[in-house]
Design a protein around this ligand. Sequence first.
Ligand code: FNR
Length: 368
Amino acid sequence: ERPSVIPALHHIPPGIQCAQDYEALADRFIPAPAHAYIAGGSGQEATLRANLAAFDGIGIAPRLLRDVTAGHTRVKLLGRELRHPVLLAPVAFQTLAHPGGEIETARAADATDSCLVASTLSSFPLEDIARATRGDKWFQLYFQPRRESTLDLVRRAEAAGFGALVVTVDASVQSPSLRARRAGFRMPDDVRPANLQHHVQPGQVTLSGGQSLIFQGLMSEAPTWDDLAWIMGQTALPVLVKGVLHADDAHALQAMGVAGLVVSNHGGRTLDGIPASLKALPRIREAVGAGYPLLLDSGIRGGSDIFKALALGADAVMIGRLQVYALAVAGALGVAHLVKLLREELELCMALAGCPTPADITPAFIER
Ligand code: FNR
């Protein structure tokens, strides 16, 4: 018998002593099918495992006797100074983890000066999320079946005060993972994409004889290079692209005027078998050169992972699953505590490695 699900706490349980502890505790706070949906990766989960293995597989090369007393974690991104390089990744349907969902997350972002990235598929309207944090916030855009609907989302994000668009391009075909399906996961009726009027589920696609569900069905609405150029022409907001793993794509995106990239494999939730994003990072940094905004996500579970990502070329990182786990355990308090832990873990790592500031964290601090 599985113990019953615990409602979110109003305090931090003593079992939480590092960021990753939220992962171990989360399955007590999230119903089993929803937990499988959040935790799982696509296919046989090779990419999901590769993300974690990539961080474990590289070592830090510390330097001794350096003065770090002027240390800090500030980074510059898109012309803004962020207090720390930990962003909250876009995560859909956060009411699966906590009834307050994205609003709790936004309050945590506000309390910890974290840049929040709100998902197109949020369970609260983007305007409500925007109101819950005074800090930096970006809107993650999924292209919609009709250009008018896509543009409508962009106009709403602009009006609500989001400072950048993050266009996710690696997840045009989405379905719950095998793990989620085996666990009997179905999206509960009361968990809806609050920003969208019409949300097409895979089962609702109509096809005529001989057509493929994937190519002519689901992918017929997927954005192309032309669509990306079109949306960039419609908005004055900086546009970042999320889901980049190939150096040639990175180079082409930079050349067309994209403001920055998120090196990501969607936390191992899209195409199984693609590389760990940390592995792809050095080549992408090389392709875009120094000074071009690069973020990384997928597999970050602690401060030393953030250090490794920064060392290999990222300006900042985004946190996906840990954010949801902390939300489930203790709502806004949990997410704020998670960010605090990640920051402290990063600072400790920087101090012991001899890097007073993020700019000091270079490939020289990775073991060869
Ligand atoms: C995601 N991710 C995601 N990405 C995105 O661009 N839009 C979205 O709506 C979602 N939704 C979503 C839901 C859930 C439950 C998860 C776990 C992830 C991907 C997310 O932004 C990020 O790329 C990964 O989660 C990063 O990997 P880690 O930190 O989970 O290992």
